[in-house]
Design a protein around this ligand. Structure first.
Ligand SMILES: *Cc1c(COP(=O)(O)O)cnc(C)c1O
Length: 381
């Protein structure tokens, strides 16, 4: 997708906010526990390379990504810290991961068997670093039986030229839930698995952002720090208190591309779903659902000069219209996410209106919107 640099709609990324969130998280970790920055999906829409650089400067000692291509993008950009892919890769691509010192998750003996020939053929390859994934209740990837875990660990150990077990991990499905019952069940299962493994790997990890914020560590030495790095509360609004203030890093702004007054009864946008009740000032904002500003945001609002303005008529692919309090000049700043005057629209507000979670709004902001850094970190001399 072409990035629209000559259009005034842009995503502003506050680098210092990201750095503060990382630094606060690290300060709260027990001695010897590391933080890997989760930068999957273009760093939750914030920009992969920018966020990786800031997180590293703020103290992250590794990265987690979702897919092998994201890991390679980091390597190509020159990042040398450990990288863990969080999703299962195809066994055929194991040599690419090994050659680039990228760790991958393994959740079955079958996967190891399938990856083995390719890793053996490339005799000059370093061993592939694997993190054994445990399904303790998330129901997504990972070993479900202790016996299977032991069999896979034995196979990997037998093929020490091809595999090196560097991690053991699981993922919680309810760490952001005020009720800890299911979380505790997962912890208990994890401990069973951990005890069954003959040798403790280099990295033992369970914590996503929510776990790092609201649960005591369980004999682990690594946190996979995702959404909270971007200043977003993993629970949405369910758990209000956090051990340190989360600073949101993302602002979405545009400017009015067209302003006009319409008469009472005149309609706005596709389907003519909106009719002015009286003469009204209507502003056009140049971004739409192709930018990730969802069609269902009709009726929601944006900020112009600190005032909430309703989105009227259907959101189009590339533009939408708002009702202005009066005549406003073309080129006036429009804040879709962020502060304007005394008011603010958060990603959470957008998510609530769109009946989803802020994660989906952030990573849905498309590549057509340029990402622009503000408050660079470390502060440039
Ligand atoms: C995405 C992901 C994370 C990060 O989760 P947050 O809620 O954003 O902190 C951690 N671990 C795994 C396995 C993930 O898929």
């Amino acid at each position: 997708m072409v990035t629209a640099k000559l259009r005034p709609s842009q995503v502003l990324i506050n680098e210092t906010a990201i750095a503060h969130n990382v630094q606060h998280a690290i300060a709260g970790l027990p001695q010897g526990t590391e933080l890997f920055a989760v930068v999957k999906a273009d760093a939750y829409g914030h920009g992969l390379l920018r966020v990786a650089r800031v997180a590293q400067a703020a103290g992250a000692t590794g990265f987690c990504v979702a897919v092998l291509d994201e890991a390679l993008a980091l390597r190509r950009a020159g990042f040398t810290l450990p990288i863990l892919v969080l999703g299962i890769i195809e066994p055929a691509y194991a040599p690419i991961a090994a050659a680039n010192h990228i760790a991958v998750p393994v959740g079955s003996t079958e996967w190891l068997t399938q990856a083995l020939p390719g890793l053996t053929a490339g005799s000059d390859l370093p061993p592939l670093h694997v993190h054994l994934a445990l399904d303790t209740g998330m129901g997504r990837i990972g070993f479900r039986q202790v016996a299977d875990l032991k069999a896979a660990a034995a196979l990997a150990t037998d093929h020490g030229d091809q595999f090196k077990i560097t991690g053991l991990f699981t993922h919680f499905s309810t760490a952001d839930d005020p009720d800890p019952a299911y979380f505790n069940l997962q912890v208990a299962r994890f401990k069973e698995f951990l005890a069954a493994l003959p040798k403790r790997p280099r990295y033992v990890h369970v914590a996503n952002s929510a776990t790092s914020l609201w649960h005591a560590a369980c004999d682990c030495n690594l946190v996979r720090f995702g959404v909270a790095m971007y200043g977003l509360n993993p629970s949405g609004r369910a758990i209000e208190t956090t051990p340190y203030p989360l600073e949101p890093a993302l602002t979405l702004t545009s400017t009015l591309s067209f302003v006009k007054q319409i008469d009472a009864g005149e309609a706005v946008s596709y389907g003519a779903t909106y009719h002015a009740e009286k003469p009204e000032w209507i502003g056009t904002v140049p971004l739409g659902y192709a930018d990730g500003w969802q069609r269902r945001l009709q009726g929601f609002h944006v900020l112009v000069n600190g005032t909430f303005c309703e989105i009227v008529g259907r959101v189009c692919m590339d533009q939408f219209m708002i009702r202005l309090p009066g005549e406003v000049k073309t080129g006036t700043l429009v804040t879709l996410i962020g502060r304007s005057g005394a008011n603010e629209i958060t990603l959470q507000d957008v998510a609530d209106y769109a009946h989803t979670i802020h994660y989906e709004i952030a990573c849905g902001l498309s590549e057509r919107l340029p990402r622009v850094s503000v408050a660079p970190f470390p502060e440039q001399a």
